[in-house]
Design a protein around this ligand. Sequence first.
Ligand code: SF4
Length: 213
Amino acid sequence: MIKSGRHFYETMEPKIFNPNEHQDELASKIVVGLERISEVFKVMLWEKAKNIGLSPIQIQLLIFVAYHKNELCNVSSLAKEFNVTKPTISDAIKVLVKKDLLIKDYSLADSRSYAIHLSAKGTQVVKDTESFANPMRGNLETLNQADLEQLYSTLSKFIYQLNRSGLLSVQRTCFGCSFYEMKNRSHHCNLLKKDLFDKDIRLDCPEYEERSA
Ligand code: SF4
């Protein structure tokens, strides 16, 4: 009998989170590994947030605003960036403005929207919190250079793949940039006018310009 529909699909797919089933299936084990890593990230962020009385998304917003240009610091872009709804971002901004950590800037062409900037107090909070992921970096630094470069090369391609498949909404990586081209079998940036090694590929480039489809 031919199986059909959802049931057939489910029985054919390996069950990612069943350790008895995924032993010989590398992609599933990597997904489990990435989930573990995301847990570490969450715990580190929660720990820091708890200590200074802000929520994780509020800390992420402050750090993002500190290092990104105005055009990316508005409600719509931030909602996309953090995969949350616009009301969630608006609420977080409201609290941060009230706490005197962010300033709303209404000087944009469209008077109904605003960009946000850090206040002096917000800049200090960023200085106090941005180290939250240092333990992760410290552990990565125990790997040898070749392993680090291999990991980064795979990671940068995987992030681009997630974006292409629609699972990751925002990326500012070379692979999707209008200045990027493959030249003589090397990555090349036409803005910087130089070849890039795998380790030079940017994940969040300030000069990124989305390539037209
Ligand atoms: S401008 Fe930035 S993102 Fe674009 S190719 Fe050059 S380095 Fe990469």
